[in-house]
Design a protein around this ligand. Structure first.
Ligand code: 0WD
Length: 258
């Protein structure tokens, strides 16, 4: 029996089969979780449907959701509540910043609008999902999980405004953990090493980041979406019942290297 047997999980943030959220979904399905999914727009719908099918998910549990809209977030939770009597976890694997702001000088490229959009979609939306999903998560020792990156803590070339949004996201994890802890709901993040996905392709010189990680991380390689998926599955399971408010690195050890 898998360690997520009987758990119901909503996965937000699949854009392709290379998405970190796809690795998480496969790991969670393997461990026995029942999954529901969202897709950002019609273009991504069929890709999400394919992954849902691979995970043995109910085709009725795939909903549109642009996380910049509270109406769409509330609609997902409303629809889900007509199928499920509760929810054990929400996985938030979403980020956005205007592409032109993910290269060159931070000060030269950042704009008021870009800063606001990056923080809204990459950080606030995690709290928005918690707000909307709270009633379904209540009374089940549920958990919320998001994805971060080392650029939250260190200035990393080209990561720019996304690093600022990830710092906000990591603080949001701690405040959400403190706020929801009394209800038995845990909140955590995985800080993943660089992985070639659609979102990553928007970051200037991403190939160099991958090569640098391969040369300098203790394990002398990069990580896979399956490795991130395994840790995400663990953090959302009862095996991690004593862990909340934490940022867990899945980065081949890169963050410890000075
Ligand atoms: O190296 C990497 N790939 C790392 C990614 C290292 C460490 C962390 N992460 C984080 C990302 O910052 C993000 O939070 O992992 C999360 C997932 O990213 P991913 O799997 O690397 O990227 P991707 O497969 O592109 O999925 C992210 C998706 C978007 O993809 P695009 O390619 O369209 O930017 O987030 C979704 C979208 O589908 N997304 C939204 N979903 C709903 N509403 C929105 C939105 N407004 N904006 C973006």
């Amino acid at each position: 029996m898998g360690f997520l047997q009987g758990k119901k999980v909503l996965i937000v943030g699949i854009a392709s089969n290379r998405s970190i959220a796809a690795g998480i979904a496969h790991a969670m399905a393997r461990e026995g979780a029942e999954l529901a999914f969202t897709y950002q727009n019609e273009k991504l719908k069929s890709r999400v449907e394919k992954i849902a099918e691979e995970c043995g998910a109910d085709a009725n549990l795939i909903f549109p959701c642009d996380v910049s809209s509270d109406t769409e977030i509330n609609a997902v939770i409303d629809s889900l509540s007509s199928h499920w009597d509760g929810l054990d976890s929400i996985v938030h694997s979403v980020a956005f910043a205007p592409r032109e702001q993910l290269q060159g000088s931070f000060v030269d490229s950042v704009t008021r609008e870009g800063f606001a959009a990056a923080n809204d979609i990459s950080a606030y939306s995690f709290a928005a999902l918690a707000k909307a999903g709270k009633s379904m998560l209540a009374g089940r020792q549920g958990s919320l999980l998001t994805l971060s990156y080392l650029g939250a803590e260190k200035a990393i070339e080209n990561y720019n405004v996304m690093g600022v949004a990830k710092a906000a996201l990591e603080a949001t994890v701690r405040y959400m953990a403190y706020s929801l802890g009394p209800e038995g709901i845990r909140v955590n993040a995985v800080s993943a090493g660089p992985i070639k996905t659609l979102a990553a392709a928007g970051i200037g010189d991403f190939g160099k980041m991958l090569a640098y990680g391969e040369r300098n991380s203790p394990l002398r390689r990069n990580v896979t979406i399956d490795e991130v998926g395994n840790v995400a599955a663990f953090l959302c399971s009862d095996l991690a019942s004593g862990i909340t408010g934490e940022i867990t690195y899945v980065d081949a050890g890169y963050n410890i290297v000075g």
